[in-house]
Ligand binder design. Structure first.
Ligand code: 3PG
Length: 403
């Protein structure tokens, strides 16, 4: 980005892909972490006199305008935080975008409406995506440039992430740069012990990353809904808890391979079991091999790791040199089932290790539970993107910039 700024951006249209995909409650932004993370690049460019066109997505609309997925709430929050002037266009590449872009003056920002309101953004067809990219690029006139600052979307081969970069002089934004530098520390010359904490609901979302961590991480602590598939693989009954039966053989294979590769999986020894999936459900802590023996019998649903497991996990985190955490330990949105997630967050703030929190859910969890971003080494803005980076996959949004 500094290279682009040194070349001079005053009066030029700079297309910036930001990640403004924030969680909403109605029209309220419940975690503005990504908006805050997008500010530095926009500020640098506007300070230097650029006319900035921001592209971003929100949620997964079906390729047509849908008010539920409008960027309005995100842009309203951006405008509150920004030291520059921000406007939201009424469409993405239509008459509103064209008119407002033409009227932009130096140092102003125009955000285009959700790029996913156009089905071509995510199309598998190169020509369709290319045609959409051409329309985005046309808004920049004849001296435009592109900056990718949406780390959370670099794993997507989408028009606003990938194809525009093949059409304009393209640069890495500072957020993308920082994220990559941090994640690189988790893949090469990692300080040991390297402890990974994995949670979240499904094992099937984490298969590739687990695969890649076996032999690299010293310890993998397993929590969240996925822990029940691990317990089932160890031969324990899990009553009504979330279980991915088809993944049991896969998990058995992981456990075997990990033992051979020097990676230790630690699965909870106690869990909090509830009568139903609800904030006010009755609940009790039981040994992980005795879930069916809880007062709720076969109906019981495990919704958090238990206190002994949380303490054991915290001890591992405190003796680590590097910790990566992805995925909550339990249903932290319900106060009664937030203790496991809170204990992990607390341990991360107390360890001397270099700590990285990855994934939208984990980032939202630590903020919801009252922790501050600066209590952690790094809070990644990427969910899928950070996992795919750790899986060792090629990320289209990054490789296109390298080219
Ligand atoms: C994310 O939330 O991980 C990114 O913004 C990407 O969103 P997506 O998974 O809908 O592509």
């Amino acid at each position: 980005l500094n290279e682009l700024i040194a070349e001079g951006v005053r009066g030029r249209y700079i297309l910036v892909r930001s990640d403004l995909n924030v969680p909403l409650d109605g029209s309220t932004v419940t975690d503005d972490g990504r908006i805050k993370a997008s500010l530095p690049v926009l500020t640098k460019l506007t300070d230097a006199g650029a006319r900035v066109l921001v592209t971003a997505h929100l949620g997964r609309p079906k390729g047509a305008p849908d008010d539920k997925y409008s960027l309005k709430p995100a842009v309203a929050r951006l405008a509150e935080l920004a030291p520059f002037s921000v406007t939201l266009a009424g469409d993405t590449v239509g008459s509103s975008a064209k008119e407002l872009a033409a009227g932009l003056t130096d140092g102003q920002v125009l955000v285009l409406e959700n790029v996913r309101f156009d089905a071509r953004e995510t199309s598998k067809d190169d020509a369709e995506r290319g045609a959409f990219a051409d329309e985005l690029v046309a808004l920049t006139g004849d001296n435009g440039a592109y900056v990718d600052d949406a780390f959370g979307a670099v794993h997507r081969k989408h028009a606003s992430v990938y194809d525009v970069a093949t059409r304009l002089p393209s640069y890495q934004g500072d957020l993308v740069h920082t994220e990559v530098e941090v994640l690189r520390k988790l893949t090469a010359d990692t300080q040991r012990p390297y402890v990974v904490v994995l949670g979240g609901s499904k094992v099937s979302d984490k298969l590739a990353v687990i695969d890649n961590l076996i032999g690299k991480a010293d310890t993998i602590l397993v929590g969240g809904g996925m822990l029940f598939t691990f317990l089932a693989a160890e031969g324990h009954a899990v009553a009504g808890s979330l279980l991915e039966e088809d993944q049991i053989p896969v998990v058995k294979d992981y456990l075997k391979r990990a033992a051979d590769a020097g990676t230790e999986f630690i699965v909870p020894t106690d869990v909090v079991v509830a009568s139903k999936f609800a904030a006010d459900a009755e609940h009790e802590t039981v040994p992980a091999d005795g879930i069916e023996g809880s007062s709720f019998g076969a109906q019981g649903i495990g919704l958090d790791i238990g206190p002994d497991s949380a303490a054991a996990f915290a001890a591992r985190i405190k003796s680590a040199k590097t910790v990566f955490w992805n995925g909550p330990m339990g249903v932290f949105e319900f106060a009664a089932f937030a203790a496991g997630t809170r204990a992990i967050a607390q341990a991360l703030t107390e360890t001397d290790a270099f700590t990285v929190v990855g994934g939208g859910d984990s980032a939202a969890a630590v903020r919801t539970l009252g922790f501050a971003d600066d209590q952690f080494g790094h809070i990644s803005t990427g969910g899928g993107a950070s996992l795919e980076y750790l899986e060792g996959k090629e990320l289209p949004g990054l490789s296109v910039l390298d080219r």
